[in-house]
Every structure is written in structure tokens, then in C-alpha cells.
Design a protein around this ligand. Structure first.
Ligand code: ATP
Length: 511
């Protein structure tokens, strides 16, 4: 074990992370008790995977000796961001034993002292998920029986073999050395279950490193476990980029060569569009997706997905803009994907959409964004001409004052997605462009939500109109309301009565 990583540091990292998520000491207590429970039914149990990797790197970040080297590694950041959206911590435990049995037994006899929210047994995958409640917050524990996996054909999902498998076997089915590290959950001094000998390696939080994950973390390297790793499962190519950039690590030299070889052998052709898009979406969820896509481009991965896919400096600029303006929004992926496919001609676009299995609905949304973007560019160029013709009027004392209803007419034909996409792509920094953007923002954030207080039924009850006529009266009231000319329901009613009932009566009189 390297000097920098001792048990106290691991414990401190765990406590700090559990604290960050609002679980406090109870988070640590829960995993301790799960280890005791596993031992009581004869199983060795281990925390494993991304959580362990991140806890160790977190330890490096808080250890003054190593912190400068790991300052750029992002761990628990994405979780922190998602926490606000209600997502809590997930941890993975691997058992030298049967995960389904563990889950069934804990369902009958939960002596962890923590409430269980739900237990799901996934028979097909021989795994189970238990959601505990700690301080009223869910904490999800994924349990898996130690397993080996065999790839019958490259790119296909593996065949799984479970019986009698040890942690050591399980480790070698994993993607990178840094994801193979585990912490034993067996209680101190209690020895092991499953007939294994007692050993210090099985003490609570003892680190198990069968594949050289610790030195790779210390040297900040992403390394596969064997030469054929990317051929067996090409999604690992995307995962390599994801961990490299998120953690500020480097892809180890041989691993880089294996990626090149795999790309040369066109391994991405062996995986479905859905799996590729799922991997791209993971990258799009990261804090600065442009960094990840620049790397995909450099490694020839985008080209490997579809020959005409590229990521240029211009895409990078637009990605940055999207990320900045949509920090906490959902459904942001559509903008990135639209940007990624924007340079393609229609035939190429259709082919790329099919390759990525985006589906008809997404395809139509993107096409309508492109169409709105084009129309808005043409609208703006007309403003530009006007601006040149009568510069004083438009720019003399600042922006030409448009009323809200004029702004409404300007943008009402466009979708919100289309307007946003136009502005993400647009790089015009002129004053006119910035006014145009301000107007669009006003339309999106405020004007389009302005609606009359009175309803069609109210108007009908005055006996002055039917269907479409009512609609046009409502539209008229909406525009007046936008411009601040009708400020209350009473004012709206009075307006309708004065304009339409009086008119009707006058009209009736004439007859
Ligand atoms: P993240 O922090 O992005 O969630 P993670 O490492 O926790 O990363 P998961 O996809 O949750 O990623 O996977 C959990 C663990 O399962 C990984 O750490 C790795 O050991 C293993 N794993 C996941 N995907 C693969 C794969 N394609 N090939 C081999 N092992 C994998």
C-alpha cells in the first residue's frame, strides 16, 4: 500500500463524502453493518468500482502531500450536481456469495438498524439493489455476486458465470485497473465467511488491489486489464475518455495503442446505435462535454461512429455556450446532438440519425430546430439591412424600442428549442445582435407566458361569439395585456363589453 493511502485516510474520505451527501456517520455505519450481515451468512463482501476509485482519489485530494497533483480530478462533483435534482449516492458491493440470497435474507431479517425503502432482485443479472433510508435520504446499494464474464463474440453482451467465483476472478472482467480496487467490508478480527482463511486483507476497509489499480491512480493512468479489452467491449473506449478527462488522468501508452488498433479494426461497427448514444450521453452529462468530444475527435472515435462526424473548434465554442446557458436544465442533450450533426447534408444527417438510433421523434425535433435557426438568421439579416438604412432609429439612443406585442409577433412562429439553438450557434457580437438576443430572451422568459385572465367561456357567456371569433378576441386581449394596456380581469371584461357588446347592440339597432 502506498504511503499516501492508509486506513485513516480512507475512513476520513468516506466520512467526508457521506457528510457531503447528508448521510453523516450513518453512511459509514451502514456499510460496516452490511459487512457484518454478509459475514453472518458466510460471505466476504467488498465495496468496489467507481465509488472506491473516487474515495481513494478524494483521499489524494485532501492529503496535503498529494493534493496539488490531484487538484484537477473531479470526484463526486457530478453526484453533487445531481443531488440537487434528487439523486443520491450509489454504492457497489460485490459478494463472494449469492447476491439474491443476501437480498432475500436481509428482507426477512434486516438487522442493520437502517430502514429499507425497497429491495429489487434482478434475477436475470443475478444482482440486487437495496435502497436504504438514512436521515430520510435514500442510499442505493447495488449488490452483485462475484462473477466472471466471457465474450462469445466481440461487442456482444457477455455470458456471465457466477458459482464459486472469488473477488479476484471478478476483478479481471472489469474495464480499467483504477476501477478494480476494493475495500473489504468484513468486520475487523472476525475472519472470513465462505471458508476462506482469516487475514488482515479481510479487515474492515482493507484495500484489495489485484490489478495494480493503486499505482495507476498514483500515476494518473487509465489502463486496461488485457490487450483485447476494447475489442471485447468497445463501449470501454468511451469510458476511457470519460475517466481520463474527468479525473485529469492520461490514457496509458499501451492502452492508447489498443484503442488505435480497435478503431483500426472498426470495432464500433459491432455495437448498436443505442449503446453508442448511451455512451455519448454519459459524456454530455459531464461538466465540460467539449473537452470529452475534442478527445473523441483526436482519437478518431467520432469518425468511427459515422465517417462524416467531426468535432471542430466551432463545435467546441457552441458546446461551451450550451453548457454555460443550460447549467441546471434538463433536456440539454438535444442541443449538443443537433450541433454535432449540424454540418451534415440531409442524406448524411439521416444516416447519422439512424446510426445513433435517435428515433423519429428526436430527428423531427432537430430538423425543426435547424429550420427555425435558418429562418431566424434570415430575419436577423433583414434587421441588419434596416439597421444600415436607418441606423439612427435603431441604434442612435440604444435599441429600437419594440413593444412586447411586436416582440411576440417577431418570435411567435418559432419553437423555444429553435430560438435557443439559433443563439447558441450565433457568434455575432454586434449591438444589433445583442438587442435581438435580448428580445428573444424576453420572449422566451416572459412574453410568451402572458395570457388573458378571462377565458373563452367568459366571452361566450356574454353571448357575443362562437369558437374562432372568441379565439381572436382572446388573442387581441393577450396582445393588449402584453403591452400593459389591460391590467386586470375587470379591465379585460370591460374592454370586451365596451368593444363588442356595445358594437353588437349598435349593429343590432341599425337593423
Ligand atoms: P461513474 O463514476 O461514471 O458512475 P463507475 O466506474 O461507477 O463510473 P459504472 O458504469 O457505474 O461506472 O460501473 C461500475 C463498475 O462496473 C465500474 O467501476 C467497472 O468496474 C465496472 N464496469 C462498468 N462498465 C464496464 C464495462 N463496460 N466493462 C467492464 N467493466 C465495467
Amino acid at each position: 500500500m502506498p504511503m499516501d493511502l492508509n486506513k485513516n485516510l480512507i475512513k476520513r474520505s468516506l466520512l467526508e463524502v457521506f457528510n457531503k451527501y447528508g448521510y453523516g456517520r450513518d453512511g459509514l455505519e451502514l456499510i460496516k453493518r452490511l459487512g457484518i450481515f454478509a459475514g453472518s451468512i458466510g460471505y466476504n463482501s467488498f465495496l468496489i468500482g467507481g465509488f472506491v476509485r473516487d474515495i481513494i482519489i478524494y483521499g489524494m485530494k485532501i492529503n496535503p502531500e498529494t493534493s496539488p497533483r490531484f487538484a484537477s480530478s473531479k470526484v463526486f462533483n457530478i453526484y453533487k450536481k445531481e443531488k440537487g435534482q434528487g439523486i443520491c449516492l450509489d454504492i457497489d458491493i460485490v459478494l463472494e456469495g449469492n447476491a439474491e440470497r443476501f437480498a432475500e435474507l436481509i428482507r426477512k431479517r434486516n438487522d442493520t438498524g437502517f430502514a429499507i425503502n425497497s429491495i429489487k432482485v434482478h434475477k436475470r443479472f443475478r444482482t440486487a439493489t437495496i435502497e436504504f433510508l438514512i436521515n430520510k435520504k435514500p442510499l442505493k446499494v447495488d449488490l452483485a455476486s462475484a462473477r466472471t464474464e466471457t465474450y462469445l463474440s466481440h461487442g456482444a453482451l457477455p455470458a456471465v458465470s457466477i458459482g464459486g467465483t472469488s473477488l479476484k476472478d471478478d476483478v479481471f472482467r472489469r474495464d480499467f485497473t483504477i476501477n478494480t480496487l476494493s475495500f473489504s467490508l468484513n468486520p475487523d478480527g472476525c475472519g472470513s465467511g465462505a471458508g476462506l482463511p482469516r487475514s488482515a486483507e479481510l479487515a474492515f476497509l482493507a484495500v484489495r488491489d489485484y490489478a495494480g489499480g493503486l499505482p495507476d491512480i498514483l500515476n494518473k493512468k487509465i489502463r486496461v486489464l488485457h490487450d483485447l479489452s476494447f475489442k471485447e467491449d468497445p463501449t470501454r473506449i468511451f469510458r476511457a475518455v470519460r475517466f481520463e478527462k474527468r479525473l485529469g488522468f492520461g490514457i496509458e501508452r499501451h492502452t492508447g495503442i489498443f484503442i488505435k488498433k480497435a478503431m483500426g479494426a472498426k470495432v464500433l461497427d459491432n455495437i448498436s446505435g443505442k449503446r453508442i448514444t448511451a455512451e455519448l450521453n454519459f459524456l454530455l452529462k459531464e461538466k465540460k462535454p467539449e473537452i470529452y468530444f475534442t478527445r473523441l475527435e483526436a482519437l478518431g472515435i467520432l469518425e468511427g461512429i459515422y465517417p462524416k462526424l467531426r468535432f471542430t473548434n466551432d463545435n467546441e465554442r457552441v458546446f461551451r455556450k450550451i453548457a454555460k446557458s443550460r447549467k441546471n436544465s434538463q433536456n440539454t442533450h438535444i442541443f449538443y446532438i443537433a450541433e454535432l450533426l449540424h454540418h451534415l447534408n440531409r442524406t448524411e444527417f439521416n444516416a447519422a440519425v439512424e446510426r445513433l438510433a435517435l428515433g423519429e421523434k428526436i430527428k423531427q425535433i432537430i430538423l425543426s430546430m435547424y429550420s427555425d435557426e435558418k429562418k431566424l438568421a434570415s430575419l436577423f439579416s433583414k434587421l441588419d439591412e434596416e439597421d444600415r438604412k436607418c441606423a439612427d432609429k435603431l441604434c442612435g439612443n440604444g435599441p429600437l424600442k419594440l413593444t412586447n406585442s411586436e416582440i411576440y409577433h417577431m418570435f411567435k412562429a418559432f419553437s423555444e428549442n429553435g430560438i435557443l439553438f439559433y443563439f447558441f450557434k450565433n457568434n455575432n457580437k454586434s449591438r444589433l445582435a445583442s438587442n435581438f438576443a435580448k428580445r428573444a430572451a424576453k420572449y422566451i422568459n416572459k412574453i410568451r407566458f402572458i395570457k388573458p385572465v378571462i377565458s373563452g367561456n367568459d366571452i361566450k357567456s356574454f353571448g357575443i361569439c362562437e369558437g374562432p371569433v372568441c379565439g381572436s378576441i382572446l388573442e387581441e386581449i393577450k396582445l393588449l395585456k402584453m403591452d400593459g394596456k389591460l391590467k386586470s380581469k375587470d379591465a379585460e371584461i370591460l374592454y370586451v363589453k365596451n368593444k363588442y357588446i356595445v358594437k353588437k347592440m349598435e349593429g343590432g339597432g341599425k337593423k
